[in-house]
Design a binder for this molecule. Sequence first.
Ligand code: MG
Ligand code: MG
Length: 433
Amino acid sequence: MDHEAVSATGSDGYLSPLVAHVQSTLSEARVRGDSVGLLLVHAAAIDRIDALHGFNAGDKMSNKIAGVLRSGALRKNDALATLSRDEFACILWPVSSEGVAMLAAQRVMTLLGATPVELGGISELADIAIGIAMFPDHAQQAESLLQRAKHALHTARGHRDRIWIYEIQAVASAVDPSQYAARLRRALDQNSLTLHYMPQASLHTGRLTGAEALLRWTDDVLGIVPPCATVQAAEAAGLIDRLTQWVVTSAVQQCVEFRNMDPEFSVSVNVSPSNLREPDLPLYIDRALRTWDVNASNLTVEITESAMMNDPNAATQRLQELKSHGVRLSIDDFGTGYSSMYYLAQLPLDELKIDLSFVRSMLEVPINAKIVRSLIELAQNLELTVVAEGVDNEAIMAALTHLGCDYMQGYYLGQAAPAAELMARLRKQSQSN
Ligand code: MG
Ligand code: MG
């Protein structure tokens, strides 16, 4: 299975200083039996800053990022190497598991992801993505460890969280993109896709009240395909309606079990912009609800703000049809698009979900705290329930409770997990009544 180079040097004998440095760390770690985590941090904004504000500003951004990584994200024994002005390697040694490397990456995201960097008169977001690879799990040699972190970094760019851990299966994913269509069709035929459920809880009562169904596709050849790549492949292959039908039917079927634990439990599904152009969408949602005898009020359909604003007239019509069936409607990732307040007030919405980028950094970035507070007020004025995404810790939860937010979702409550795990938590909750 291993495609690693045995030697750290290239065929011409050249050894990059970074490879040499990583190699010496790995040699020591090998002797001690330690694991090492490699984080590749890329700041896409530097290119743009060079063009907009000049190379001095780009250099400043680069230095500030290195400073934040050194002082805020790395521990005493970790090392930082600057690969280029916009790319940094953090060598975490020792780490007990990839979960620890993930926490470090989340820390970097909190510090740099949504926090604008001050560059003397201007402030800019660094536009960070992070790829992670682990020694010895993902690679035994420095060169292949770096290469695999880079591979993960490319995947991270297309992923919602902008963080990705290398997957062993992903070795094979240097496949032709057209393969995705064939593989996805096969996965749909063989019913080999799954849904994971990200729990939601009430900030008023602390109880689990719902879950967002998230698509998981692990393919024998492609490895783990991130949800956004799955949706892109489905759109390109004309399979998006089939995929959404599958998601809706599976989520509604699973809802029967959740509802037995709590009759009010709500399952949310995500619908893509092209689904909104599909006249059959309300029909197949209705059909799924009838088939499994689930109340429409137990189902929430999430539409992103940007999808809504692509074609507000078509979206409004489709949402009104869905509403007439009694389904709850939610506007997702709110705050990142450019909503017309007029349309927003006209839409038959029930819920507003605040985008995680604001919530995650609200305690460090005053402007984001102000945005979160304004969005909660906006939701209250429009009589929408409000969900905060990206609640990573107790302090954020406390701040949101104080601001009057209704529901939360995020790592503090739990990652997306198989239905059985959520069922176990609901069972425990119902027993503790
Ligand atoms: Mg969503
Ligand atoms: Mg969302």
